[in-house]
Design a protein around this ligand. Structure first.
Ligand code: ZN
Length: 103
């Protein structure tokens, strides 16, 4: 989050109005917690009062056996094509700042 503030200062922004974040389902990041933390650290900075917009990124995995890519359901992590249980997680763990909007 301090990265967002650095970026805003680099851009010589007068005010950060919005910060767009991408949060993967598996990242363990809770939007409410980020918001709370952000409100705390952004006080009296260029980003004070900026709104956070969260984009949820679904989990995607690739089957070891047949290479099909799918989003596993809550408890069922077997491949819908071949029912193999071995797979690599290819997305869902990320948590990053996509962009910021300034005034
Ligand atoms: Zn498969």
């Amino acid at each position: 989050m301090s990265l967002a503030l650095d970026k805003a200062q680099e851009a010589d922004a007068v005010k950060v109005t919005q910060i767009n974040l991408v949060i993967g389902d598996l990242s363990g990041v809770v939007a409410e917690c980020v918001q709370f933390y952000f409100d705390h650290i952004s006080k009296d900075t260029a980003a004070d009062g900026a709104s956070l917009v969260f984009t949820n990124k679904p989990t995607q995995v690739r089957c070891h056996k047949c290479d099909s890519i799918f989003t596993p359901k809550d408890s069922d992590w077997s491949c819908p094509e071949c029912h193999e249980m071995g797979m690599d997680i290819i997305s869902g763990r990320e948590c990053y700042m996509e962009s910021i909007e300034v005034e």
